[in-house]
Design a protein around this ligand. Structure first.
Ligand code: TPP
Ligand code: SF4
Ligand code: MG
Length: 273
């Protein structure tokens, strides 16, 4: 009989260098709890990221990790999952990484519905590069680049995920690692592309987000009966309400199959034609 794996077994020997109080510590804790809950063998898990404070997370997890380029976590995770379907593949990053420079990949990952779990640590700011506005920054939030705010409405990424075809959509909070661990475990088990947006405070550039712990409506959301109903929730419901919003049943995309297994010679003939 194999030993039971504990959350601490999924922590790497590398000590996180996030600022004290950063919400991403709670996300790391929740990931290790979720892996322990599912008893995942570390050598059957891969965590892929881009660049940013949030994107440091693979280094702190005892599993395979890939710290890629800014915005490119999802194409790397997609290629990995299609070529090694037996692995549990997670992609992780911040609001800038996933929704801005990686926004096009986000759209098509939802559309393709490959069996990957995406964790977006949303602090509504570019933390690593010292506080520029991100796609989720509030229109009137002052930064050094835009002292009076950007005057741009924040991107509603969960609405986009629903419309583009994500098969599991949740909003969660890093200050609730147990609830977050439940949601991550559920998302990993749910077939297809899962999106978990995590309210994860940047205590350095958005210190007021420390107040989220008092304002978040934990577990207020229930899975909707239809995409239309889920859309209603994310467009008109309270923005700090957490819970699973959508659990769909679209079959995951598993790659082009045998027909795509063409030799180099065949491919060269195709291109020459
Ligand atoms: C191609 C490219 N463009 C820009 C950058 C600079 N850059 C690094 S991290 C980052 C933003 C990170 O913000 P976010 O994804 O929200 O993560 P956070 O640091 O807030 O966790 C940017 C713009 C880069 N590394 N590579
Ligand atoms: S700058 Fe913000 S997001 Fe980055 S580690 Fe510090 S608190 Fe966390
Ligand atoms: Mg950010």
């Amino acid at each position: 009989m194999t030993d039971i794996r504990k959350p601490t077994d999924y922590k790497s020997a590398i000590k996180p260098i996030w600022c004290p109080g950063c919400g991403d510590y709670g996300v790391l804790s929740a990931i290790t709890k979720a892996f322990a809950k599912l008893q995942l063998p570390p050598d059957e898990v891969a965590v892929v990221s881009g660049i940013g404070c949030a994107a440091r997370i693979p280094a702190y997890i005892n599993a395979y990790g890939f710290h890629g380029l800014h915005g490119r976590a999802l194409p790397i995770a997609t290629g990995l999952k299609l070529s090694r379907p037996e692995l549990t593949v997670l992609a992780a990053g911040g609001d800038g990484d996933i929704y801005s420079i990686g926004g096009n990949h986000f759209l098509h990952a939802c559309r393709r519905n490959v069996d990957i779990t995406l964790l977006v640590m949303d602090n509504r700011i570019y933390g690593m590069t010292k506080g520029q506005p991100s796609p989720t920054t509030e229109a009137d939030f002052p930064t050094h680049l835009y002292p009076e705010g950007t005057h741009l409405a924040p991107l509603n990424a969960l609405a986009i995920a629903l419309v583009a075809g994500a098969n599991f959509v949740a909003r969660t909070f890093s200050g609730d690692p147990n609830g977050l661990a439940e949601d991550i475990a559920m998302a990993i088990k749910h077939p297809g592309f899962s999106v978990i947006e995590i309210l994860s405070p940047c205590v350095t550039f958005r210190p007021e987000q420390r107040e989220w712990k008092r304002h978040v409506l934990r577990g207020a959301l229930e899975p909707a009966a239809s995409v239309a109903e889920a859309l209603q929730v994310v467009t008109t419901g309270p923005e700090l309400a957490t819970g699973v919003i959508w659990k769909g049943s679209r079959p995951p995309y598993e790659g082009p199959g045998e027909q795509a297994a063409r030799s180099l010679e065949q491919l060269m003939e195709d291109f020459a034609a």
